[in-house]
Structures are given as structure tokens and as C-alpha cells.
Design a protein around this ligand. Structure first.
Ligand code: EPU
Length: 415
């Protein structure tokens, strides 16, 4: 079990470089099996979710070579279409093998994906899309068997703009016969990035980044070189840390449009931020004004930064409110923030945060990835020592966390 120990309340300064985006990288790698040719993907973060995806590729007999942040993937000898529970339950993104293996083999059997426990996380929209394309899906306890004699283009309307369902249906449709239209598609940058990769491979996808995506099926896809986007959630996390403790912290390698919802909230709170082409500079202001935050699909305020920004809201003068509209149970950090001295009342889907409160280091538990990083941020501003148990969750999504924070001047140890 991994443990993180922090000695809080240090002034931070210097710069930090943002790594490749977890949620983009974990979705891209299953897509590499859509061709027999070699795929080279750059800017892959070194995090445990990537190791888990690589383990699934290896289980399928796909060759994967890693050199620093570059992966070369060749699936010409792929021979398996079954993914056992011990692989699929490691992470949410294992579900991308549904669409990718279905496209390639017209057959896949896989157990329900794992991932953070954020309340009910159904995959009914993915299944609806596969069925629309002509697949039959049987579910036996947690085992999903998806088969098709032939996949044909279809109209799919998503009940909610799901990132996972949009990408999975694109994967299933890209080699199908005819045209697929996904209405109410997700517009997140990671969807656009994946459509760009597939188009480089020879796919015919238009509309990615809008809510109507059209896919004209092609017979075959080729190899390509592709780069993962910078992680907008990691960028947002360091921006929050800089706003709480920073003296001119430079956050490098960002795409400013991807963090704009956060930047605008910072301006409302009175945080001075200088934004340039691919970096921003942030310092702690004298005083923070309270905020009202409502999580939304892109380009709204992203749910993955809702828990990380909550420690900042404990330092605002007055009452802040966060409303979580994407996941029903994404408040598991709150009891621990309250243990550390915060004054937060949860009435789902909202949390009411009364500030400003002093935080004190305590022993807390990382119940999931973003809840965990929220406790790291709280520990950084708290007086005394914070010990975060079950910190493996945090290392699933943050590359070189200890190294990056230590370089900024934080006292952190990962054991
Ligand atoms: N939903 C359904 N049915 C579906 C699919 C989604 O009801 O078939 C619901 C979900 O229950 C949720 C909402 O729709 O309430 C959003 O789901 P979405 O499919 O967009 O999310 P996801 O694919 O489950 C990905 C990321 C999440 C991130 C969301 C939103 C991965 C592996 N996960 O999840 O990342 O919060 O998109 O941007 O890419 C994280 O990194 O901490 C994380 C949870």
C-alpha cells in the first residue's frame, strides 16, 4: 500500500511541466489495434493506468515497446478477443477494447470495467451504439460478450454526451460498412485528438469537437505517428496549487483553451494569472473571493477538477458552492477535508463550503484518484503533517508527483 506524507504550508516557486493526458492516452492505446501496421504514440505519461492498459495489450499478444514517453505498438500477431476480470477491473478505460476488438474481430468478451467509485457508472450508451451498428450483446453477470456478423453504419443518439461512449462507438464504426452519425456526441479535446489519430490512419471522421460526429467506414487503417495531448486535469491541479501557495509558478506545456473554464473562475476569485501560448504564471493572491462552480461537459468546468478545487474554496472568504452534475457520488474527499478543519456540508448534488478555515495535517484516505489529489492539495496548505493512505489511486493519474512537487519546494514523500 502506498502512503503519501506531506509537511504543509511551504511557499512554492519555480516551474512545472505538464505530462501527457491520462484520459487521452488510455483511450488511444486500445485504438492502436485497429490496424496491423505499427503505431507510434508520443507523450505517454508514466502512470499506473498506462501500465494496466499495456498489460491488456500484451495479454492480447500485441507487441508494445516503450522508450521514455514513446510507445511503439504492433498488433499484427494479435490473437485473443477475451479479456479476463483481473485485467478489465483494473481501470475504467479497459472498456475501449470493446469497440476496438469488435471492429477488428467482430467479437469480444470482457468483464465490466473497473475505475474510480463515483456512484453508478453504467455503460448502456456504449452498448446501445454497438447494437445500433448490428452487434448482439449478452451480459452474464459482469461478463459482456459482443458479437456481430457484420457492422453497418447507423444513427446513434447518446442520452448524455459521454466521452467513453463517443470514443467507443467511433472505434466500432470506423471499419463498419457505410455511414455512422453520433448525435449528442462528447466534445472533449480527447475525442478530437482520437478522431485526428484515426484520420491520420486513413479513417473518414468529421465533426469531432461538435455534438454531431460523422464516420464514413473504411476497409482498412494504416500505421501512424501520433501525440497525446497535455493533461488538462494535471495542469489544472498545479494551477490550483500555485494559486494557494505559489510565488510566480510557471506551468509549462499547457493548451490554454483546455483550462479556460478554470482560468475564468480564477479571475472571479481574484487570482492573477498570466496566460501565454503554452504556459501560464500564477501567484497566490492576498485574498480569495468565494466561487460558485457547476461541473459540466467541455467547455464547461470539468468534473475531474471539482474535488481538486475544493481545498482552494476552503480558503475563500465567504460561502462557495460546488454542484456536481456528472457523477452522483463524487464527494468522498469531503469527510477528510472536514477532518482537517474544513467546514463543508454536502447536500447532493451540491457541497457548501464555508471559508476561510485553517487546515491541519491529519491521517486521511484517498478513496479515489481525484479525491486523493484533493487531499494532497489540502495537505500542502495545512499546518503540520498529513498522511494519505491508499495513495496508489493518486499515482494512477499523476506522473512524477513527488518529483514535480519537490522541485517547487514542497515537502512530500511517497512511500
Ligand atoms: N454514462 C451513462 N451511460 C454510459 C456512459 C456514461 O449513464 O453509457 C454517464 C456516467 O455514469 C456519468 C456520465 O455519463 O454520469 C459521464 O460519463 P462519461 O462516459 O463521459 O465518462 P467516463 O467515460 O466514464 C471519462 C473519464 C473520467 C472523466 C469523464 C468526464 C476515462 C477513463 N475516464 O469517464 O475520468 O471524469 O470522462 O470527462 O477517460 C478521472 O480521470 O478521474 C475520471 C473519472
Amino acid at each position: 500500500m502506498t502512503k503519501i506524507m506531506l509537511n504543509g504550508n511551504k511557499k512554492l516557486t519555480g516551474d512545472v511541466s505538464i505530462s501527457g493526458m491520462k484520459n487521452n492516452a488510455v483511450a488511444i492505446l486500445p485504438g492502436a489495434i485497429l490496424t496491423n501496421e505499427e503505431i507510434t504514440i508520443d507523450n505517454i505519461p508514466d502512470i499506473s493506468d498506462i501500465k494496466d492498459i499495456i498489460n491488456i495489450l500484451k495479454h492480447l499478444n500485441v507487441s508494445v515497446e516503450r522508450k521514455n514517453s514513446t510507445l511503439k505498438i504492433n498488433s499484427k500477431n494479435i490473437k485473443n478477443t477475451q479479456i479476463p476480470k483481473e485485467y478489465s477491473s483494473k481501470l475504467r478505460a479497459s472498456y475501449y477494447f470493446m469497440g476496438a476488438l469488435l471492429a477488428r474481430y467482430k467479437e469480444v468478451s470482457i468483464y465490466f470495467p473497473g475505475g474510480c467509485n463515483l456512484g453508478d457508472r453504467p455503460i448502456d450508451q456504449h452498448i446501445k451504439g454497438f447494437e445500433a451498428l448490428g452487434a448482439t450483446v449478452t451480459i452474464d453477470n459482469d461478463l459482456y460478450t459482443i458479437k456481430a456478423k457484420k457492422l453497418n453504419g447507423a444513427y446513434v443518439y447518446l442520452d448524455m454526451a459521454s466521452v467513453g461512449a463517443t470514443i467507443n462507438i467511433i472505434y466500432a464504426a470506423v471499419l463498419a460498412k457505410g455511414k455512422t452519425v453520433i448525435e449528442n456526441a462528447a466534445k472533449e479535446p480527447e475525442v478530437v485528438n482520437i478522431a485526428t489519430m484515426l484520420n491520420t490512419m486513413g479513417a473518414k471522421i468529421s465533426g469531432a469537437g461538435t455534438n454531431v460526429i460523422k464516420i464514413e467506414g473504411v476497409k482498412k487503417l494504416n500505421g501512424c505517428y501520433h501525440e497525446v495531448l497535455p493533461d488538462r486535469i494535471e495542469a489544472g491541479t498545479y494551477m490550483i496549487i500555485a494559486a494557494l501557495l505559489g510565488n510566480n509558478i510557471k506551468i509549462k506545456g499547457i493548451i490554454p483553451e483546455h483550462v479556460e473554464a478554470l482560468t475564468l473562475k480564477f479571475k472571479e476569485a481574484g487570482i492573477h494569472i498570466v496566460v501565454k501560448d503554452n504556459y501560464c504564471v500564477i501567484s497566490k493572491p492576498n485574498r480569495l473571493k468565494p466561487l460558485k462552480i457547476k461541473t459540466m461537459v467541455f467547455p464547461g468546468f470539468v468534473t475531474d477538477l471539482q474535488q481538486p478545487i475544493t481545498p482552494l474554496l476552503t480558503q475563500c472568504e465567504g460561502e462557495s458552492i460546488v454542484e456536481e452534475t456528472i457523477y452522483e457520488d463524487r464527494f468522498r474527499n469531503i469527510p477528510y477535508l472536514n477532518k482537517m478543519g474544513a467546514n463543508i456540508v454536502v447536500k447532493k448534488p451540491k457541497a457548501y463550503i464555508k471559508g476561510k478555515t485553517k487546515l491541519i495535517g491529519k491521517e486521511v484516505i484517498a478513496t479515489d484518484l481525484r479525491a486523493g489529489i484533493s487531499l494532497v492539495i489540502a495537505g500542502l496548505i495545512a499546518k503540520g503533517t498529513t498522511t494519505i493512505l491508499e495513495a496508489d489511486h493518486i499515482l494512477r493519474g499523476y506522473e512524477k508527483l513527488e518529483e514535480k512537487l519537490t522541485k517547487l519546494g514542497a515537502e512530500i514523500r511517497v512511500e
